[in-house]
Design a protein around this ligand. Sequence first.
Ligand SMILES: Nc1ncnc2c1ncn2[C@@H]1O[C@H](COP(=O)(O)OP(=O)(O)OP(=O)(O)O)[C@@H](O)[C@H]1O
Ligand SMILES: O=P(O)(O)OC[C@H]1O[C@H](OP(=O)(O)OP(=O)(O)O)[C@H](O)[C@@H]1O
Ligand SMILES: [Mg+2]
Length: 285
Amino acid sequence: MSKLKIAIQKSGRLSEKSLELLKECGIKFPNGGGKLIAESKNFPIEVLFLRDDDVTKYVEQQVADIGIIGENVYLEANLEVNVLEYLGFGGCRLSLAVSKEVDYQGIEYFEGKKIATSYPFVLEKYLKEKGVKASIEFISGSVEIAPSIGLANGVCDIVSSGSTLMSNGLKEVEKVLDSQAILISNKALDKEKQLLLEKLLFRIKSVLNAKERKYILLNAPNDKLEQIISILPGMKSPTILPLADQGWSSLHSVIQEDQFWEIIDELKALGAEGILVAPIEKMIY
Ligand SMILES: Nc1ncnc2c1ncn2[C@@H]1O[C@H](COP(=O)(O)OP(=O)(O)OP(=O)(O)O)[C@@H](O)[C@H]1O
Ligand SMILES: O=P(O)(O)OC[C@H]1O[C@H](OP(=O)(O)OP(=O)(O)O)[C@H](O)[C@@H]1O
Ligand SMILES: [Mg+2]
């Protein structure tokens, strides 16, 4: 029987979340033991643990069928693979930064300068779009150190909290791109693997849908139900059950997590009481 091979980062920023996603999809693996390949006990899938730089290449060459990788690394690799899903973790940005002493006025600053980066392809494309000619110094890690050791005038690297830049006396001046973890696949999977992938994707989508949403329960006076329903978009329409108290109902629905705080005051003003908001584990449309 056919088996899907998924490449994920062995150890680093994306490792734990990638494995967690597979677990949330109900896919079980035997406990680690430092192995570089693990086979699931309950889904036809094998995990290859790789350096993140190698994931895109191996998916393109069909050493792995699918992979989880930062969009930044995928764009830099510039290889022919399909992007299937944005996974909602590993959020960061690729930015240009210069010494905090620099009186930075705009992208023209970089004209004729040297920029250190692990992302030469993405950076070159960005500078070309901006009409700036700079020389790019490839460096595979610890990029933020480059200006202080006289290697470059600026850097182009991953930023999240900004604390690495700050502790190296740098400031972020331009955002080149936003990134998050993505699921990629080889472009020529056979039919059997395609079917397995569809099964996995269905599970991943159910997990991601659930993460963005909350289950909400509340009690409301019957004469306000219509107004409350109008500000509570559910999956279809909310479930309404009569309470033992005459004139009151219990209402159940699903809302976007980020909408909750916006509508809570409106719900209260309409007389909603006993509002409960609970996480959803899986959500299937
Ligand atoms: N500070 C951060 N916050 C959130 N996501 C990040 C951060 N830094 C990097 N990432 C994302 O996680 C990916 C992996 O980052 P990590 O630092 O673990 O890579 P690495 O050191 O190149 O790992 P490897 O040893 O596998 O080559 C990055 O390509 C990026 O998409
Ligand atoms: O803005 P911040 O929150 O400080 O994050 C940015 C830093 O995080 C990543 O490195 P990481 O810490 O993963 O170490 P690495 O360079 O060894 O991969 C990235 O390469 C930056 O250096
Ligand atoms: Mg790497």
